[in-house]
Design a protein around this ligand. Structure first.
Ligand code: C5P
Length: 225
């Protein structure tokens, strides 16, 4: 194909975890490192795309040629994603927290001496991928990720319909914390579409990124600018 297969395209990517504040010093988070999403952003930029990378709190340098928007919470990520539309392709790699505290405390929560923990009511966060799936400015190609620990392909297939996505890239994150995909350098994925499933076993995250972007460019090549 052409040297810059994504020239003239806008690719929107989310990456990393979100942090949902409990009080000024505590938050709800997860083990996402942002590595896979950042690698995809770098690969999209190398392929000539204009890239917007909406990043949760991670310790990673901004890939060359990528416009980065830093956010903390799911609601901030949602707003930054909507502000970045329109996009030709959106790849939602972030591990968005499903829940946030109903109200973050203005002051540090204290033990009150009763032996009872402070109540911590949670409410659901917006689902950014599902919101894009039914958005007036839905990107032509909408890709979600799914971290699963069992029945990876079945859950991914169900998620395609539920989120209104074109592809779900499922990875198996089972295994002890820190030992496997989250924070690690390698990934095994299953790309689930309405047409079937394609599996890539045990590849470095940057190779997964390069191949995924080749597949994105191929899919977009059938659509005019
Ligand atoms: O439902 P689940 O969290 O497994 O779905 C994962 C996919 O949905 C990922 O692409 C993730 O970025 C996206 N997601 C999102 N907003 C949420 C939860 C998940 O965009 N609140």
């Amino acid at each position: 194909g052409p040297a810059l297969p994504l020239a003239g395209r806008h690719v929107l990517i989310t990456a990393g975890p979100t942090h949902e504040p409990i009080d000024p010093v505590r938050y709800i988070a997860n083990r996402s490192s942002g590595k896979q999403g950042f690698a995809i952003a770098a690969a999209a930029a190398r392929a000539g795309a204009r890239v917007t990378l909406v990043a949760g709190p991670v310790h990673l340098p901004t890939p060359q040629g990528v416009e980065r928007v830093d956010v903390q919470t799911a609601r901030e990520m949602m707003a930054a994603v909507e502000a970045a539309l329109p996009a030709d392709a959106a790849i939602m790699v972030a591990a968005v927290a499903d829940w946030r505290t109903a109200d973050a405390a203005g002051q540090k929560l204290k033990k009150d001496g009763s032996g009872q923990p402070a109540p911590l009511p949670l409410v659901e966060n917006p689902d950014i991928l599902a919101t894009l799936g039914r958005h007036a400015k839905r990107p032509a190609l909408l890709i979600g990720f799914a971290a699963e620990t069992e029945n990876v392909a079945d859950h991914a297939r169900a998620k395609l319909a539920k989120k209104g996505a074109d592809w779900i890239v499922a990875n198996d994150v089972s295994g002890p914390p820190g030992s496997s995909v989250m924070g690690g350098e390698r990934n095994s994925i299953h790309i689930v579409t309405v047409d079937g499933i394609e599996s890539w076993d045990d590849l470095p995250k940057d190779v997964v990124a390069t191949r995924l972007i080749e597949k994105v460019a191929h899919a977009l090549s059938f659509r005019p600018d």
